[in-house]
Write a protein that binds this ligand. Sequence first.
Ligand SMILES: Cc1ncc(COP(=O)(O)O)c(C=O)c1O
Length: 456
Amino acid sequence: MPYAKFEEIIRYIEELAESGDLKSGSRLPSIRSLAKKFSCSLNTVIKAYKELEFSHKIYAVSKSGYYLVEDFPYKRQAGSAVTVYDFLSAGPDKHAMPYLDYKHCMNLAIDRYKEEMFTYSDLLGLPSLREELARHLRDLQVFADPSRIAVTTGSQQALHLLIRQPFPNGKRTILTEQPAHPSFIESVKDQPCLGIDIGRDGPNLEQLEFIFQQEDIKFFYVVSRFHNPTGHSYTNEGRRKIVELAERYDVYIVEDDYMGDLDPDPKQDPMFAYQPNGRVIYTKSFSKTLLPGLRLGLAVLPHELIEGFTRAKFAADVHTPVITQGALEIYLKNGMFASHIEKIRTLYRKKGEVLLRAYRAFMPEGTLYSSPTSGFYSTVRLPSPLKADGLILRLKERNVLAQSTESMYLEDFMRHDELRLSVSHVEDRMIGVGVALMAETIREMAIERKKGVMWR
Ligand SMILES: Cc1ncc(COP(=O)(O)O)c(C=O)c1O
């Protein structure tokens, strides 16, 4: 779906500012000229300018027009335009987030759920939202009664509570993919926990079976689509076999489908679809697809875990705020989420393709990279003996930002030679340059290393 006209105008002005074509403090194009340029009404341009004004990028001068603020774009330093290649920020693409639509839903929710705000609400979430979520999940091949759905304060809360909750299999050890996203790793640090390496299509199944057989595994934590940090997705066959093994050895699966909505292939199934009766616990986040600050997530639980989970949720924060829940319900119900997802699915897939092309074109021999199918996360492994920390410092000097994967490993699996790249905050046209700068820095460091030059 194309951007709404007013979003196009916002992007146009931001790009003019970032490229330096529009100097900070200077007057913006007139409303009339933009309406003509974008073939839209004056009101559409005014809406775009109001939005830019609201986010403190421009300001209005009575009877004169709109002006760019002095310190925008913030990437500008000492009067010269400096471009930052931000492969570090893990949040969604700011330009693509439906901030205004959601604001509208929040306003409606404040009116609609006024009564609920005067008292504590249902611990597992607004019943009407849980019904709406059950409908939404069906599109993802997750068929579950609303009574099994718990709304959580971000999906990380669901994971955190499940890690600590006793399970009916009476087992205590958590098995996690290695690597896994940082907040999950942080959450299992004080728990009995084992890891298993994952490759392109998931773990080695013989090794997995051995662990299920020999160890006291309560659940196996899996991100089988758009893995963080590798960006990989398992095959359906791989998913099915893991669920079979879990059944055979009485192990639960916690399937973190945090970005399932972004899957462009409707034939891809979540693991939940292979065992919907409770063996697979399904969690989902609205942080990457909507707005991370809302802290909205959910878990689809087996009946036997609901009581324990409800008590744990009560102890954690009683319930997720009613207003954000109500706004999500309205947003889902009126079809805004579906059309928004269609838009960002294409956006992130394209970013993934651009990134992969850049890796292929620029990365030096000996550098390994994962090939993501969505433009969120991917991992780069450096040629031996280069270390991620040294590279990150050198990259920073060139305004290329990235993160080491160290916080994504358990102690026994620790690696110091990997970077996670997130392209959600990097514009398509900047991805290639950012990767080329990274590749050049890796090459330089490898040469220095060979010559015995010391670096930090
Ligand atoms: C794979 C994965 N699961 C879960 C989460 C937590 O998301 P939320 O913001 O919904 O708590 C993250 C956050 O980045 C993530 O990467």
